[in-house]
Design a protein. Structure first.
Length: 262
């Protein structure tokens, strides 16, 4: 069991990295760092994004590279402490199988909102959820509170309800505000699927047409089962539209220091 840290001692984000000088949707990740730092009471250095890009050029590229067209080759964790120290930790991006994913259900950590909806320092609950998924032969864990879906261990869950609307958990209930969803939202809605926040109950999940998960590492994944129960029809309309949108973002959303401006 991993031990807890003071949630307000650091803020962080995990960003797709091309292995050289560009980060995927860096502007959106930096904006989220600013939002979360205010909630956690952390003052960020005014030029933190410049420091990140300066550091990214000098860090060592991991030996293994993810060549899957649906995922970024590398992930870099950017952490800023309450003292203003900035660190970067690169890793190879996990290769997710291109099959409907198996999930298990777990309870959300006992942390109050709005801290719960941030990338805070007390992340051991999420790391334990990842480990429990591995132990149980699953691909990932989905986190619930009082029978409502809140989050995924490394991703944001989105369901396509039988009313034709896609729903994702509310940040005010403790879900993370997903950068990947922010990247894809416009293209998905233009394709005819409205996206809304909601309190997602077990009944909504069971009647849903399908469930997908979104994240900087996984990209877009399709959920096949939760605790052994089949969920809708995997790899349906929502997945196909989100996948196409994600492939577009993987071509267009790489940002370097030159793109940030002053």
């Amino acid at each position: 069991m991993l031990h807890a840290a003071n949630p307000t001692s650091e803020v962080w984000t995990a960003i797709g990295w091309n292995g050289t000088s560009s980060l995927l949707a860096a502007d959106l990740h930096f904006n989220r760092l600013i939002r979360h730092s205010k909630i956690l009471g952390i003052t960020l250095p005014s030029d933190f994004y410049k420091i990140v890009f300066e550091k990214i050029i000098n860090i060592e590229t991991p030996e293994k590279m993810n060549f899957n067209e649906l995922q970024t080759p590398f992930i870099v964790k950017v952490t800023i402490t309450s003292n203003g120290d900035i660190s970067l930790l690169p890793r190879s991006n996990k290769v997710w199988r291109d099959l409907p994913l198996n999930a298990i259900s777990m309870s959300m950590p006992d942390i109050s909102t709005p801290i719960l909806g941030t990338k805070h320092a007390s992340w051991h609950h999420y790391l334990n959820a990842i480990e429990q998924a591995k132990i149980n032969g699953a691909d990932l864990s989905l986190l619930f509170s009082n029978n409502f879906l809140i989050d995924g261990d490394r991703c944001t869950p989105v369901i396509l309800d039988n009313d034709g609307v896609a729903y994702y958990p509310k940040n005010s209930d403790g879900a993370l505000d997903s950068v990947t969803l922010e990247q894809l939202r416009q293209e998905i809605e233009i394709s005819g699927i409205p996206i809304r926040e909601a309190k997602i109950s077990l009944d909504m999940i069971m009647r849903s047409s399908e469930m997908i998960v979104l994240g900087s590492g996984i990209g877009v994944g399709s959920i096949g089962k939760i605790d052994g129960t089949i969920i809708g029809k995997p790899k349906g309309k929502l997945f196909q539209i989100a996948k196409k949108a994600w492939l577009n973002r993987l071509k267009l959303d790489w940002i370097s220091i030159e793109d940030m401006g002053e």
